[in-house]
Structures are given as C-alpha cells and as structure tokens.
Write a protein that binds this ligand. Structure first.
Ligand SMILES: *Cc1c(COP(=O)(O)O)cnc(C)c1O
Length: 432
C-alpha cells in the first residue's frame, strides 16, 4: 500500500532523510549540540508553549535525530516517529504514552526477554498490569483477557528468540474490537520484509540496535505511529491524549496535533520528563545503517535460508527453527506476512544436547559468541548459558527455551564460509 507518489523503500533508505539545500553538506550532519540559540526571549518562550516548532534542547529534539526518525517513519509508512536511546526505552514509552497506574495491557507471551521483564516486573511496579497470552490462541480465547481498563495489545512480528510469527491481522482485529491500538515490535522483520501498518497495526516499535543499524555500533530504538488510531473515538480510555495537559497550559494533543498527537506527546511529555534520547552521533551511525538496509536484509535472509536447509539435512542436528523450512509451524504465516523472507536468525539444537551445543560453539572459528543478533557478522549465543543463565531446566522449558538451543544470527559473509565453519565445529564437537 504505497501512498501516492511515495518513493520505493530502496530509495527511501537512501534519500528519505536529509535533503541538502544549496551549499549544505550532502551527508546528514551531526548536530552534536545540547542547545540551540534564539535572538529574543519571546522566540524561545513560544517554543516552550508549543506555539511554534523549533529546537531548543536535545533532550526533546535534535535535527540529526529528527531526520533519521522521519526516514524510519517513511520506511514504515507511518506519519511520525521518535527515536529513543534503546529498544527497551521504545517499548516502555510506547506503553507509558497511553497507560498509567491502574491500567492494563495484553501482550503475546512469545516476545523478547527484556520486553517480557519490562511488562511483567517493572511496569507492574508502577501499577500497569500485563496479561500474557499465547499468540496462537483463538480470537475468542484472546478476547477473554480484555478488561475495561485495557489500553493496548502488543506482539512481535517475528519473536526473539522464539521466531514465532505474529498473525498481525488477527491481532489488529481483536485490538480494534476492544477500542485499543495494536503495538507491534517490528525489529526482526524490518520494514523491508514487513510493514505492520499495512495489516492493521497502529504503532510500530523497533530496537534499531539490530538490522537497522546492522553493524553493531549503536544501541537505539524507535516508535512509529501510523496516525490511524482514532483516540478521540475512545476518548475515555485515552485521557492523556484527548483531555487538557496542564503542563502545557491545557493543550489537548489530538486537537492541536491531529494524527501526530501520539508522537508529539511522547516527545514533549515523556522525553521532557524521563529523557532516554539517543545521542546525535548514534543517530548518524543508525542513518548509515539504514542506507543499506534494503541490500543487507535480503542477503541475511538468503544466507539464513541456506544455513537452515543445511542444518535441517544434517543427521547430527536434533531440530531447526526457521520459518523458511516447509515443516515449520509458522511457514504459512511467513508466506503471508513475510513473502520476501523473514530474518537471518535461526534457532537449533544438537542431538547431543546441552553439552554438545556448548562444545559446538566453542569450536567455531570466525563465527563469534556474542550477546547480540542481527548484524553483519555471523554470531551465536547459547541462551541456557547466557541470557537465561539463572533459570533451571524446568524454568527454561516454561520459557520455551530448550537447554540445547543455539541462537545463530546469520550474517552477510559468504554463505559457503559460514556453512564450512559450522561443519568443522560439528565434526569436532560430535566426533562424527
Ligand atoms: C533487542 C531487542 C529489543 C531491545 O532492544 P535494545 O536496543 O537492546 O534495548 C526489543 N525487542 C526486540 C525484538 C529485540 O530484539
């Protein structure tokens, strides 16, 4: 659903942000300045009242950051975006912008561990309750979790590390029947492979630390608004957007800012009060990553599909999870929502179990052991020894992580070299 006259994604990756005027730098400048100068006191006063648009302090807005946010908004087909200092901050602000103490949200249980903790521990402490639901449950089943104080439904296009694929249309239908927005974390798919707004999602979040950056150089996040959710039609549920904000002389966000209300509120209220703005330098690095996103993502997927097929055929491997495999539980949903490929991340286990999986990883040559995914370099992580180290085997099972699970993030090196590195490590670790 390309808007009239909108450029194609490949072009937006490159041309979508900074546009140099006569004599200006061709490349997005880094406005590494906390503050911006005005000529009269009144000029600056008007900015504080949101009577005029302009920069005054980087905690609220910065030209480098805003340029990159605009590019991401266009890539997703949204109306506006805000960048945050991490993906975690993006998830937190996406919720706090519309929910507070006494409210409730519903989330897929198959999500990133950090987001799971945010929703189940930290938001709970400040009075926001979360019900986790099985994303594959029926609409009727999911419907049962809604309460009068529910403010949002949340899921991940492709879950990390479970690699479950979200039925976005189903989720959007349920959310809208209940008068709340659907928020989708689109980190693993990126807008190159899926644009959740086209399937009815209202708000998209990202950890830009992954494919968007693509080179493991900056931690960052983004929130994009489709501009489609009618907050005023559910004004009683979303008073923060639809009733006067006394901290801005009684301004009403939906009245003053129309479809930009949600992102403006996140900027002038949440950023003002809680910070978590990324540095302009990090936004510059993110922008460089975005310029090649459309080239890198297809290569990640192509390489991962070959590696998944290789692992799937190998007798030493117990199981492989990647939606490109025909017997994968999410193959059909992947064909619908991710027809050009899902992502470069694969999960698999060795027949020899936990110890053999660890031996395998220790014998890899250029494939490195790191706590990261989705960058140019192929890397591995063993959740049972690393990210989920504190859990017993029983708890691991509950979290859907088997003790032998290896998370392999396939990079964009030559795929034969990647497979050869895996082959030699398999030979040593299994003795076969
Ligand atoms: C990494 C990740 C996050 C958290 O992002 P950070 O940038 O590490 O804070 C959120 N969601 C998903 C799907 C992720 O992979």
């Amino acid at each position: 659903m390309k808007k009239n006259n909108e450029l194609n994604l490949e072009t937006i990756c490159i041309q979508g942000g900074w546009k140099a005027k006569k004599g200006e730098p061709q490349v997005l400048p880094i406005y590494q300045s906390t503050t911006f100068r005005y000529e009269t006191s009144d000029q600056m006063g008007r900015l504080f009242d949101l009577e005029e648009e302009g920069y005054f302090y980087t905690r609220l807005q910065n030209p480098t950051n805003d340029t990159v946010a605009k590019k991401i908004a266009r890539l997703e087909g949204g109306v506006a975006a805000i960048l945050t200092s991490s993906g975690q901050a993006a998830s937190m602000y996406a919720i706090l912008n519309i929910a507070g103490a006494g409210d409730h949200i519903i989330s897929s249980c198959n999500i990133y561990g950090g987001t799971f903790n945010l929703f189940s521990v930290t938001l709970k402490k400040i009075g926001i309750d979360c019900t986790f639901i099985d994303p594959d449950a029926s609409e009727e089943e999911i419907q049962k979790s809604f309460k009068p104080n529910t403010k949002a439904l949340f899921g991940e296009t492709i879950s990390n590390p479970g690699l479950a694929i979200l039925d976005i249309e189903k989720f959007a239908r349920i959310a809208h029947q209940n008068g709340v927005p659907l928020i989708v974390d689109n980190t693993f798919a990126t807008p190159i492979n899926c644009r959740p707004f086209e399937w009815g999602a209202d708000i998209v979040t990202h950890s830009t630390s992954k494919y968007m950056d693509g080179h493991a150089t900056q931690v960052g996040g983004a929130i994009v608004d489709s501009g489609n959710f009618d907050w005023d039609a559910h004004a009683d549920k979303f008073p923060g957007l639809t009733s006067p904000d006394e901290s801005y002389h009684g301004l009403i966000y939906t009245k003053k800012f129309g479809p930009n209300a949600y992102i403006v509120k996140a900027t002038v209220q949440l950023m003002r009060d809680m910070g978590s703005i990324p540095s302009p330098f990090n936004c510059f690095l993110l922008n460089l990553g975005l310029e090649t996103l459309h080239l890198r993502v297809p290569r990640h997927c192509e390489n991962a599909e070959k590696v998944a097929a290789f692992l799937n055929d190998d007798p030493r491997i117990a199981w492989v999870n990647h939606s490109s495999l025909e017997d994968n539980k999410y193959h059909a949903l992947a064909q619908k929502y991710l027809p050009n490929g899902s992502c470069g991340v694969i999960a698999f286990g060795l027949k020899g179990g936990r110890d053999e999986s660890i031996r395998f990883m220790d014998n890899l040559k250029f494939i490195s052991i790191v706590t990261h995914v989705a960058d140019a370099r192929t890397c591995v992580l063993h959740p049972a020894s690393h990210t989920h180290r504190q859990l017993s085997d029983e708890q691991l099972k509950e979290a859907g992580i088997s003790p032998d699970l290896i998370r392999l993030s396939v990079g964009i090196e030559n795929v034969n070299d990647i497979i050869n590195d895996i082959k030699q490590a398999l030979e040593i670790s299994t003795g076969k």
